[in-house]
Design a binder for this molecule. Structure first.
Ligand code: NAD
Length: 497
């Protein structure tokens, strides 16, 4: 009998009254690990009402005290790091090293949230007019919501609720229905760290729950991470209901390889950045753009990719795990088949991949295409699997043109030994996160995660200063104090010589 997981409502872990449940499966075996409820309308109402009430007291808690909860939380997350990674690995299929990385990148954001005191400081200016001073104050918004995807069930919830709550908000997390066990454990540890009742609520479910949250009058801000169509839906619906929304969406990230680059670095980085985590990363490199003679390296790239073996999460020799579910695998297989039908050359085909001992896993082997054009589905669609497509151009200028024509703008990188080429690329490329000889340029939390174009809908990005601004409002106070003693000086006439 599978375990039905509880929701966190009004500070208590409660079993849902729902009659509808979603199976959470191990992607390597299809074993049902748990059942996640679809929150009922009543549960959603109760969670929002409780979050609204909690906000009124939590916002009055002095900022350093709120920061101390984050310090305790960081400590607990570190203590439970491996335990969290094991839960995460089982429900996502990620190999243990990737699962640990997922948790660790989240812990780094909690460290940033512990620094909230200085991030909540406003600005002041004296004597903006006679006797008048102006200051700005940073204040929390109220009830904020986070909707997260399956591919980083620790890191992405931790991008959201610690910063929002440290800033004085209350928060409702609706994690991916595909891997809700990790977010539940994150929330348990948050309560253990001393978060007061109602400040964090966790509701489970899918589309219906998201739509209820997006349209509820008491929700002030919504942070979303997921696919493009859902991101557009969330942005449109949320803003139409006058919410502040940031929606991080899908991607297609290019790596530009100049002929003067260090070949060994290029190849090893390309292999890891394309197939790591089975390519299920929004910052994965899915397109390699070979400039000029660097195309000679494609054969060697093929040989290195062919060495990669997927496997179960606790197999130390495995390079990556299975895809999250059967539909994801079918989508990747369809795109591989379409690529072949459209005339791309399949240099390495992972569609028949099997892993011994796991006949039911959602495996796809490393796959490499060359001769891909911009018209092909392989190029246009986000594959989200261990598939790398190679394109060839003659000059850096053509490479920039190609990357800038893409509707996506999450991440990109250039590998070169030329400062001039790197400088030109970073300046001209229309992508929000650029790596120079760094394949996956995800900024640490004291910066912000800054996807552009079709990879992001909104204004303020995730974490860092922008994350704090997203979850807060700025208030300016302009004040004049009357002081009888200073009247004489105010009436003083300035003698200009
Ligand atoms: P998804 O869009 O299917 O789901 C994301 C969230 O939206 C989940 O919580 C899900 O329950 C909810 N949802 C799904 N369908 C919905 C609908 N019709 N209406 C309302 N809510 C709905 O995404 P996923 O498959 O879980 O995650 C993978 C996607 O996320 C990829 O496209 C990837 O590129 C993207 N992603 C982007 C970033 C980024 O920072 N840009 C980071 C991680 C993942």
């Amino acid at each position: 009998m599978s375990k039905t997981i509880p929701q966190l409502i009004e500070g208590q872990w409660r079993q849902s009254r729902s009659s509808e449940f979603i199976e959470v499966t191990d992607p390597a075996t299809q074993e049902v690990l748990a059942l996640a409820p679809k929150a009922t309308a009543e549960e959603i109402e109760t969670a929002i009402a409780s979050a609204k009430a909690a906000f009124l007291t939590w916002r009055e808690v002095p900022v350093p005290e709120r920061a101390r909860v984050m310090l305790r939380y960081q400590h607990l997350l570190k203590e439970h790091h491996d335990e969290l990674a094991e839960i995460l690995a089982q429900e996502t299929g990620k190999i243990f090293a990737d699962a640990k990385g997922d948790v660790w990148r989240g812990i780094e954001v909690v460290e940033q949230a512990a620094n909230i005191s200085s991030l909540m400081m406003g600005e002041t200016a004296e004597n903006v007019a006679r006797d008048i001073d102006t200051s700005s104050w940073i204040q929390p918004l109220g009830v904020c919501v986070g909707i997260t995807p399956f591919n980083f069930p620790a890191m992405i919830p931790l991008w959201m609720f610690p910063l929002a709550i440290a800033a004085g908000n209350s928060f409702i997390l609706k994690p991916s229905e595909q891997d809700p066990l990790t977010p539940n454990r994150l929330a348990e540890l948050f309560i253990e760290a001393g978060a007061p009742k109602g400040v964090l609520q966790v509701l489970h479910g899918a589309r219906e729950v998201v739509d209820s949250l997006l349209t509820h009058p008491d929700v002030r801000a919504v942070s979303f991470v997921g696919s493009v169509p859902v991101g557009q839906h969330v942005y449109r619906t949320g803003t139409a209901h006058l919410k502040r929304v940031q929606a991080f969406a899908g991607a297609k990230n290019h790596m530009v390889i100049m002929p003067d680059a260090n070949k060994d670095q290029v190849l090893s980085n390309l292999v890891g950045a394309s197939c790591g985590a089975a390519g299920q990363r929004c910052m994965a490199i899915s397109v390699a753009v070979f400039v000029g003679e660097s195309k000679q390296w494609i054969d060697e790239l093929r040989a290195q990719m062919a060495e990669l073996k997927p496997g179960y999460w606790n197999d130390a020799s495995a390079a990556y795990g299975p895809l999250i579910n059967q539909q994801a695998k079918q989508r990747v297989l369809r795109l591989i088949a379409e690529g072949k039908a459209e005339g791309a050359e399949c240099l390495l085909d992972g569609s028949q991949c099997q892993v011994e001992g796991y006949p039911n896993g959602n495996w796809v082997g490393p796959t490499l295409f060359s001769g891909v054009t911009q018209k092909m589905a392989l190029y246009r669609e986000e594959i989200f699997g261990p598939v790398l497509v190679c394109m060839q151009v003659d000059t850096l200028e053509e490479a920039i043109e190609l990357v800038n024509a893409s509707p996506y703008g999450n991440g990109t990188s250039i590998f070169t030994r030329s400062g001039g080429a790197a400088r030109r690329y970073q300046h001209e490329v229309e992508v929000g996160q650029v790596g120079i000889n760094v394949p996956v340029p995800v900024p640490l939390p004291f910066f912000s995660f800054t996807g552009w174009k079709g990879s992001f809908y909104g204004d303020l990005h995730a974490y860092g200063k922008q994350g704090v601004r997203f979850f807060t409002e700025t208030k300016t106070v302009t004040s004049r104090w009357f002081d009888e003693d200073s009247v004489a000086s105010h009436n003083m006439t300035i003698q200009l010589k």
